[in-house]
Structures are given as C-alpha cells and as structure tokens.
Design a protein around this ligand. Sequence first.
Ligand SMILES: Nc1ncnc2c1ncn2[C@@H]1O[C@H](COP(=O)(O)OP(=O)(O)O)[C@@H](O)[C@H]1O
Ligand SMILES: CC(=O)N[C@@H](CCC(=O)OP(=O)(O)O)C(=O)O
Length: 259
Amino acid sequence: MITSKSMHHTERKRVVIKLGGSTLERLSEGFFTRFNELRNEGYEVVIVHGGGPFINEALKETGIESKIDHGIRVTCEKSIEIVKQVLIGNVNTSLVHQLNRNAVEAIGLNGFDGKLLECSMLDEKRYGFVGNIHAVNQTMIEKLLVAEMVPVISCIGSTNDGFALNINADTVASAIAFAIGAESLLLVTDTPGIKIENQIKQSATPGQIAKWIENGDIYGGMIPKVNAAVACLDAGVATVQVVDQYLTGTMIAFEEVLN
Ligand SMILES: Nc1ncnc2c1ncn2[C@@H]1O[C@H](COP(=O)(O)OP(=O)(O)O)[C@@H](O)[C@H]1O
Ligand SMILES: CC(=O)N[C@@H](CCC(=O)OP(=O)(O)O)C(=O)O
C-alpha cells in the first residue's frame, strides 16, 4: 500500500516517463524531440530510470551471481552496493548529462534525497535487499516541477536506518505517477508495445493482461511492467502506456476509459 504525504493535487498536467535500461544506451534524437514536444504542450515531466543491463554487466565483472525472480532481482548484501553504484553513480549521471545537453534542466535524485522513497524490505528471505515503497515525498517533486526542472529519479529506496534498497524501476515509476497525480505513465522500453501472437496491441485492459501472463504471452521483464501498470490504474492514474522511444505503443486502461 502506497501513501502520499498529501492527497491534494493541483490541476497541472503531469506525466511520468520511465526509461528502461534497454533504452538508455542509445536514447535517440526522436526521444528528445517527443520529450520536448510534451513539455511544450504544457506537461510537467518526471523521469524514472532503470538500468538492468548495466547492473548485470557490473555483477558479472565482480563475479557475483544474480537471479531474477518474477522480474525482481534477488539482491544480496554485496549486490546492493553494486546496484547503488551503477544506478546512482553511472546511469543517473549519464542520463542527467544527456538531458542537460538537450536543453533540459535535469536534476538527479534517488530515494534518499529529501526522503523521496521511504521503504521497508519487501520480503527479506525471498528477495534480500529489495524495497517495498510506503511513502513518496511528492512535495519535493512538486517544488522542482514548479521551478520548471525535470527530476530524474533512480530506483533506489531508503530505509529509516539509512540502508539502500533495490526497487524495480517500473514499480518506482508507478508509485511516483500515483503520488503526483500524473495523468499518464509512459513505460519506455525496447519494444513498441505489448506483442501478442506477433502483433503489437493498440490497447489492453487489466483483464486481458492477467490472461496473457497466465498463458505465457507476457513473460520476463514485461511482467513487473504490466503489474506496475495495473497497480497504477487501480490507484487512479487514467492510462499507462508501454512504448518505444518515439512514445508509441500499447495503451493500458480500464475498458470504460478505452471506449
Ligand atoms: N508480450 C510481450 N510483448 C513485448 N515484449 C515482451 C512480452 N513479453 C515479454 N516481453 C519482453 O519484455 C522485454 C522488455 O522488458 P525489459 O527487458 O525488462 O525492459 P526494460 O529494461 O525496458 O524495463 C522485451 O524486450 C521482451 O523481451
Ligand atoms: C528489484 C529489481 O529488480 N531492481 C532492478 C532495478 C533496475 C531496473 O528495474 O531496470 P530496468 O528498468 O532496466 O529493468 C534490477 O536490479 O534490475
């Protein structure tokens, strides 16, 4: 259950864009064009990023074995140090730099900054140092948005005792979208939407998604993505889209919103 510190949301148009690790290596000019278009249309934008492939590489170099359980990385004490270094030290700074170079005033943040993502352990026995978010400091995000900045958030949560916890980036993006009252959440990945029987779906409902997970049409990293999407709809965000860098793909919403 996610609570936000104040349930009051202004009338501003907001979107959260989540960039998957699979896209971060080669963010295209097309992405920046679409990104700037959104801001010119009056949208306030928050970016959340992952970095799964970079974490895999770093763990491999260090000789640490890494297991993914239903799309969530089982994170031991040594792994969390690597995850933290890669996401905050490398991926976040590089992304902030790319945005700044494209005339966006980007500010890098993680779950410790302003107690942005307060967490406890999700399930220590099963996942180790993986966080379950229970509070998002949306007031701080709102202050940055009012100042026309773009918060760029890495998916590291903090505990009361000052420990860092690893969180799936799709889950973080969904929690933030809900907390700031975003109109939409865009999950940017390496496929232009959800593919079923070799065809990209224009739209999908939570019911269809549950069926596709069950029959294996949705697997691996797409599972936490669509689960985060459905949690976000349940929390009141109108639409979630699984998109490519051109921001086109599958629109996920309740049936009545799609009609
Ligand atoms: N039904 C599906 N449609 C499209 N991609 C799917 C589907 N089921 C599983 N996938 C896989 O999910 C991947 C995207 O998830 P992931 O690699 O975790 O992305 P990211 O790093 O962007 O979060 C796709 O590249 C594809 O291999
Ligand atoms: C707990 C957990 O699974 N954390 C993820 C965080 C990075 C992530 O989500 O990256 P993508 O968006 O590129 O998949 C991980 O360790 O891979």
